[in-house]
Design a binder for this molecule. Structure first.
Ligand code: ADP
Ligand code: AMP
Length: 220
């Protein structure tokens, strides 16, 4: 049985953090379009340059580019299921995802709507840093690494802050979220897939609530 989950919420809601927990607990693969695009921007290609400019402004990259990236990953990856993190972000992406999955004989099982107050997001993104080697997500106050400057998971000292994690870019990213992504809440509600969680709660509690929705992990 496959399980495909979407984590839906504004920037800083905790999608990446919860996606990594789910990967640990279940045999699922995280597909983060943000991570894929950050990789693409370092490729030195023409596409990478365009992507970098758009991301730094906090705007959305075109549907064609992100749908193409997801299509490639779905074709290339064998998994018991996928966690879509930061995708879909537009109705067009949502329709494309449904088509791609149905072509594989699969569907979306649950859309976890991570509910937060906008006020909390400035602090969430301005305190965020991640491991450049393994992708572990940290926060200056709510989830600092045990040893300063060293990743708890892989021991790397390559801890980074994102160029777009500043108050100015967050304003644009939030506007993009409300204009283009929040309509997906109604879209998935109508499809009876929407499962809201209180993403303001502490990280472990949010994980618990998500586990309650998804049920026990299936033994391999
Ligand atoms: P998203 O992927 O939705 O943009 P992240 O998972 O990267 O969000 O989380 C944003 C920041 O908030 C990170 O620094 C992370 O450590 C922190 N964070 C995530 N979830 C919580 C939570 N429930 N409570 C407090 N801080 C959190
Ligand atoms: P994230 O890592 O999810 O916060 O995404 C960082 C940035 O990448 C966003 O602000 C967008 O510029 C871009 N991005 C990520 N995912 C998508 C998507 N599904 N559609 C369009 N742009 C995206």
């Amino acid at each position: 049985m496959t399980t495909n989950i979407i984590l839906l919420g504004p920037p800083g809601a905790g999608k990446g953090t919860q996606a990594r927990r789910l990967v640990e607990e279940r045999d699922l693969v995280q597909l983060s379009t943000g991570d894929m695009l950050r990789e693409a921007r370092t490729s030195g290609t023409e596409m990478g340059k365009v992507v970098a400019e758009v991301m730094d402004k906090g705007q959305l990259v075109t549907d064609e580019i992100v749908i193409g990236l997801i299509r490639e990953k779905l074709e290339d990856t064998k998994a018991a299921g996928f966690i879509f993190d930061g995708f879909p972000r537009t109705l067009r992406q949502a329709d494309a995802l449904e088509d791609l999955l149905s072509g594989m004989g699969q569907k979306i099982d649950a859309v976890i709507e991570m509910q937060v107050d906008d006020g909390a997001l400035v602090d969430r993104v301005s305190g965020r840093y991640t491991c450049g080697n393994c992708g572990e997500v940290y926060h200056d106050t709510t989830r600092p690494s045990a040893k300063e400057g060293v990743c708890d998971v892989c021991g790397s000292t390559d801890l980074r802050r994102r160029a777009d994690d500043n108050a100015e870019s967050l304003k644009t990213r939030l506007l993009e979220y409300y204009k283009k992504t929040s309509p997906l809440i109604g879209y998935y509600y109508a499809k009876q897939k929407l499962r809201p969680v209180d993403a303001l709660a502490e990280i472990g509690k949010v994980g618990h609530e998500i586990a309650g929705i998804l049920g026990q992990p299936v033994e391999a």
